[in-house]
Design a protein around this ligand. Structure first.
Ligand code: SF4
Length: 197
């Protein structure tokens, strides 16, 4: 275990503030011990100050964006999202999140305002095209994880958020076409990612 709260990939600084997740996806990089970006299991969840102190060690002029991602679902840490986004924007950086869309389930209230207000690009993992198929690969800890994710995406879009769904290319063309329609119907974009081997 380490305390890698911040790591860099190209011109992006990634924030790894929690290891908690409502899903247990079969393809999750947390299951891959050889993951190229190293060990992101945390000894403890960082405070906002710890994340900001780590960020300040970087030459921020070299980067384009801050990304809330890592070995867990970043919306568990709304405190980090709000404070770090303020810091990023004050330094001319964009913000992005990779989320499973379960923030409202996690916090038992609608927190989409906080995400839309702070995050320039809201990446939401669609993963599949129906509740049953989503359950089969993501194994959410509660019933209705797919619908929960879609509802969150719709709320973000209604509030003006820039939402990009993602699927992995291995699901095949037929499903990608259906995912494209799901995204289009609610006004989101779709990104088809390559599977990280
Ligand atoms: S939602 Fe993301 S962090 Fe959570 S298990 Fe799935 S891939 Fe991993």
């Amino acid at each position: 275990m380490t305390n890698t709260f911040v790591y860099e990939i190209d011109k992006s600084l990634y924030i790894n503030a929690t290891n908690k997740c409502t899903n247990s996806c079969e393809f999750c990089v947390r299951n891959n011990k050889d993951f190229v970006y190293g060990d992101l299991w945390l000894e403890h969840e960082p405070t906002v100050k710890e994340v900001l102190d780590r960020l300040k060690e970087y030459d921020l002029k070299k980067y384009n964006e801050v990304v809330f991602c890592g070995y867990g679902e970043p919306t568990y840490r709304l405190d980090v999202i709000e404070e770090v986004s303020n810091f990023a924007h004050a330094h001319g950086l964009k913000t992005r999140i990779n989320t499973n869309g379960h923030a409202n389930y996690i916090h038992k209230k609608d927190v989409s305002d906080i995400i839309v207000k702070n995050i320039d690009t809201i990446g939401i993992s669609l993963n599949d095209i129906s509740e049953k198929e989503y359950d089969d690969i993501c194994h959410p800890e509660f019933e209705g994880g797919f619908e929960e994710m879609l509802s969150f995406a719709k709320l973000c879009i209604v509030k003006g958020g820039n939402v990009i769904f993602s699927v992995v290319d291995v699901i095949g063309k037929e499903k990608i076409d259906k995912a494209t329609k799901i995204a289009k119907d609610i006004g989101a974009k779709l990104r088809v990612r390559e599977l990280i081997d």
